[in-house]
Design a protein around this ligand. Sequence first.
Ligand code: NCD
Ligand code: ZN
Ligand code: ZN
Length: 348
Amino acid sequence: MTIATAPTLRLTRPDDWHLHVRDGAAMAAVVPHTARQFGRAIIMPNLRPPVTTAEQAVAYRARIQACVPEGVDFTPLMTLYLTDNTPPDEIRRARDAGVVALKLYPAGATTNSDAGVTDIRKTHATLEMMQREGLLLLVHGEVTDPAVDVFDREARFIDQVMEPLRDAFPELKVVFEHITTRDAAQYVAEAGPHTAATITAHHLLYNRNALFTGGLRPHYYCLPVLKREEHRRALVASATSGSAKFFLGTDSAPHAAHLKEHAAACAGCYTALSAIELYAEAFERAGRLDRLEGFASQHGPDFYGLPRNASTITLRREPWTLPESLPYGDAELKPLGGSETLNWRLVG
Ligand code: NCD
Ligand code: ZN
Ligand code: ZN
């Protein structure tokens, strides 16, 4: 008799290069999910009020660390929220405090972005300093002009903001965050070595039909919004291409369920609970599980100039069902794909 053992997959411990953990009781509910899978995560600064100074970032880091379960080795990598008024002096303080990047939110583009940049030219002195001090610029790449169709806002950002930005600061490392279109994938692939992109699991797994299947489904609503199937395919091709310019960034963005199931549903999908399993699903469907480790564990640290993690994680091919709902402070949190079955499970 032979005993069939389920296939397993061992990877260098991955990192999440784009993550929202919020603050307070919400943060305490979500940080353990990320810490169990990832060695590090880039923490987004779009709190209310936003994290705009080195001092605030240091305090926020300590609050996050206090939510990491005993015995778990997890490092939050901090970012500052770039505003029209971020003083160039703050960049050196940020670097000294261990902050690795600044985040550009075009004003009004997404959740908690009211304090964002109104005109990139206002930030040139600060970008100059970042280029000199080696801090990265992470961008939410969508124009905000209400006259531009929501589905075209990322593509328009490329010519209106990215290209002039790259010309003005050729040495600045720029990450085009959570890309959702073939246009962005192509732009990044053809750009110089200082431009890279993160890709979420949900943009690899779903196209925009997911928003409308059997009714309006707010848990699939995020920004940039899901796009057509041809774009999803282009993202899968980029993520599984082996190119070091593309790496894992979940953009896991928790919102209380009652604010998602609302007349004006908040943008953001919660994927941190099962992030690496969702990516394994997407890579397996593409027949490229062999390229998951590069995307999840190598390209990110290489681009940021950080060491790869020394420890590993293990996934087993074992179907399991995602919970429909999780506690979230006094509210509920509905993970993306809740009640659906995943084929890979993190076992160690
Ligand atoms: C993010 C959030 O909720 O903070 N939402 C989202 O839909 N992705 C903000 C962001 O990353 O744009
Ligand atoms: Zn964003
Ligand atoms: Zn985000």
